[in-house]
Design a protein around this ligand. Structure first.
Ligand SMILES: Cc1cc2nc3c(=O)[nH]c(=O)nc-3n(C[C@H](O)[C@H](O)[C@H](O)COP(=O)(O)OP(=O)(O)OC[C@H]3O[C@@H](n4cnc5c(N)ncnc54)[C@H](O)[C@@H]3O)c2cc1C
Length: 408
């Protein structure tokens, strides 16, 4: 059996590992257009801040691939897929496959405004990006970050650690509006501003212009403007679906997959940020890992495993602030849910639990990390929490024990 995997990151490498374990005799070839083996993209802000060296963010080095008989081609883009012939074009060579996995991820979203391709305007998606930004930031005074999602806030903190003054801008009227309600967002903003980062909300960038002194001037629709030596755009991601689309595979936001992670072409599977399952492109590592496992299993034995979705979990890193958001934390209509909030203003701690009848569907932990793992399990496994609803958010409650007793 010949397996080809496009992408050597969370989804691609995890799938290759499963394929090797379950199909010891198979030929496994992995292509990545990056010049690095699998590294932790979530640790890029740490790397940018100079807090960790590159070798410490790799999950595997080249030898790991060799030892596992996974033929890894780095710096090699796959440019064409021909499903009818079961062939791909990578570099200048054609390779044939029995089953193909698209694990080609996503790229940073460009803002549709003038000036985004200027020198001094960056995005943070890869090691190469982080290296460029770090080099460019040396000796500079101020950075403007457009987009205050998790990535934008973490990048703001990293640049702040590199001693740049940072202006963090978002169109929304509070930080992380999809994840935090007003109370949580206010606490977070206090912490971010406490680091010396300026937060500008409700501002939509209109253009970026380079001035004579090489400073970038970001103009907003409101007529306001700010200046910085560098601009970092952190406005979300776009799945790398084009290569699949030009091969005739059905795509929408991402490449559409069924519950077996199969695309519209029977021998081609997709997993991770490139895949769209049930209308959702997940964009998080836990989903990439689960989807990779399902895809790899089904590439070996058809329809052996079904994907059931992944509960979204986001953790803010690098700020010295503990924040974890799991599942549905800001329901559109809170009336349909039961919500319990616990706030300790002095300690800067805030917790929220969102219930649908006797099931926990979402949780925010701010200022504490305790119980994050069991809360994720409770939400993912839809455990009945009726017996502990009122004490669920208490600091003393041992949710690990509850999970142990209630998990089948
Ligand atoms: C700065 C940052 C922080 C993040 N923090 C978190 C976090 O805290 N928690 C979390 O869950 N997620 C986080 N994420 C998101 C997470 O990194 C992604 O969800 C995850 O990397 C997706 O893995 P993937 O394998 O699907 O795709 P990717 O990691 O995007 O990898 C796809 C790979 O395929 C390569 N490729 C693309 N096209 C081709 C081609 N034609 N030929 C060959 N190779 C190709 C790409 O260059 C890339 O190397 C973060 C992302 C970033 C950038």
């Amino acid at each position: 059996m010949k397996f080809i995997v496009i992408g050597a990151s969370a989804a691609g490498t995890t799938a290759a590992q499963y394929l090797r374990e379950k199909a010891p005799k198979a030929q496994i070839t992995v292509f990545t257009n990056e010049n690095y083996p699998y590294y932790g993209r979530p640790r890029l802000s740490e790397f940018l801040a100079g807090e960790v060296e590159l070798q410490h963010i790799y999950f595997h080095d080249k030898h790991w691939y060799k030892n596992n008989r996974i033929d890894l081609h780095m710096g090699t883009a796959v440019t064409k897929i021909v499903p009818e012939n079961h062939k791909i074009l990578a570099g200048k060579k054609t390779h044939s496959y029995d089953k193909l996995l698209l694990a080609c991820g996503a790229r940073a979203r460009d803002l549709p405004i003038e000036g985004v391709h200027r020198d001094g305007v960056f995005a943070l998606r890869s090691v190469a990006d982080a290296v460029h930004i770090r080099q460019f930031a040396r000796g500079r005074k101020r950075a403007v970050i457009l987009g205050a999602g998790f990535l934008g806030i973490e990048a703001a903190s990293a640049l702040n650690k590199l001693k740049l003054g940072v202006i963090l801008v978002d169109t929304a009227d509070r930080l992380l509006p999809r994840f935090l309600d007003k109370e949580g967002a206010r606490l977070l903003q206090d912490d971010v501003e406490g680091l010396g980062i300026t937060v500008m909300l409700g501002e939509a960038a209109e253009s970026i212009a380079t001035m004579q002194n090489k400073m970038q001037k970001v103009r907003f629709q409101s007529g306001e403007s700010v200046k910085g030596s560098l601009v970092l755009i952190a406005a979300g991601t776009v799945p790398n679906k084009e290569i699949a689309q030009s091969a005739g595979l059905v795509a929408n936001k991402g490449v559409i997959v069924d519950k077996h992670m199969r695309t519209s072409s029977p021998d081609i599977y997709a997993a991770g940020d490139v895949a769209e399952f049930a209308g959702i492109c997940s964009g998080i590592v836990p989903a990439a890992l689960e989807q990779a496992k399902v895809a790899a299993t089904n590439m070996i034995i058809e329809d052996a495993l079904e994907y059931e979705g992944t509960v979204p979990i986001y953790t803010l890193k690098g700020l010295g602030v503990d924040l974890t958001c799991i599942g549905l934390t800001v329901p559109e209509d809170e009336g349909e849910y039961e919500v319990i909030r616990v706030e300790d203003r002095e300690a800067g701690a805030y917790k929220k639990a969102v219930f649908q009848k006797d099931t926990l569907v979402g949780a925010i932990l701010f200022g504490t990390r305790k119980n994050a793992v069991p809360l994720n399990t409770i939400i993912s496994k839809k455990l009945d929490v009726s017996s502990i609803k009122d004490s669920l958010l208490d600091q003393e409650t041992n949710l690990q024990e509850f999970v142990k007793q209630n998990e089948e």
